[in-house]
Design a protein. Structure first.
Length: 256
């Protein structure tokens, strides 16, 4: 099992799940001048169950559960066929032919529902942000809500007075890296176009996370387990109205 890199999770359930994955050897970050590429995999499909990942037929990661992130795995540059399969089988759920460049880091996200699963490759920022700054990229992999606006609310600030870092973000889209001052921030997600006045109406109001100077992070928005709405008398509640969608976030380390 690979050594776990420092990854912050939005809920304890996801953190505990990391320990159950079987990963091949990997490490965080590339050494300057490396002639290798590095690749990590994130499972963001809410209904596919556990998946295995294969690179040109060789096992890359096994038993990835929803919301899990592998470490970076060194890869020879060039063409590679990346396949996501149901765990313990070779039943392909998504397959892509990719080209990896030496000296670069990549994130492959297995996303969308199982019936329409997609595997998308993103080029990661491998170098730390400038002194006194952080760089954050937002990727939308939420299947149960529409387009969203995303805020990084400073620890000393308020949502109503914070400008969004991404607007009208849709499934599969990403914001690119956004540079911000070093500090403590919480991720807040609201429906696109909403005028947020408090976090009480947000799809996600994440915990405050401290980012050190130079930190580079990827924030992946994924579905939360469906939660029951509170009702005074559930005996008269239509079954279709019981559950309400919301969002959670994975914060993955790209560079420090």
């Amino acid at each position: 099992m690979a050594e776990a890199c420092p990854i912050r999770w939005s809920v304890a359930r996801l953190l505990a799940a990391v320990a159950t994955a079987t990963l091949l050897s990997g490490c965080q970050g590339l050494q300057p001048g490396s002639n290798m590429a590095q690749l990590r995999v994130i499972d963001a499909s809410p209904d596919a169950g556990s998946v295995d990942s294969y690179a040109s037929g060789s096992g890359l990661a096994y038993n990835l559960d929803f919301g899990m992130v592998t470490t970076y795995v060194p890869m020879p540059p060039g063409s590679v066929t990346l396949a996501a399969t149901r765990a313990g089988t070779r039943q392909a759920l998504a397959t892509n032919n990719l080209t990896l460049t030496p000296g670069r880091q990549y994130t492959a996200i297995v996303g969308n529902i199982a019936a329409d699963m997609q595997q998308t490759l993103y080029v990661d920022q491998a170098q730390p942000a400038a002194a006194g700054e952080i760089a954050v990229r937002l990727i939308d992999q939420v299947t149960r809500v529409g387009a969203v606006d995303v805020y990084l609310v400073p620890g000393t600030g308020k949502l109503a007075f914070t400008a969004p870092v991404a607007t009208s973000l849709k499934l599969g889209e990403n914001s690119g890296y956004v540079t911000m001052p070093t500090g403590t921030y919480s991720v807040v997600v609201v429906p696109a176009g909403a005028t947020p006045s408090s976090v009480s109406s947000a799809l996600l109001s994440g915990a405050q996370v401290s980012y050190a100077s130079g930190a580079v992070r990827t924030v992946v928005l994924i579905d939360s387990p469906l939660a029951a709405k509170p009702f005074a008398d559930t005996r008269t509640l239509p079954s279709a109205a019981v559950l309400t969608p919301s969002v959670q976030a994975i914060i993955a380390v790209d560079a420090d």
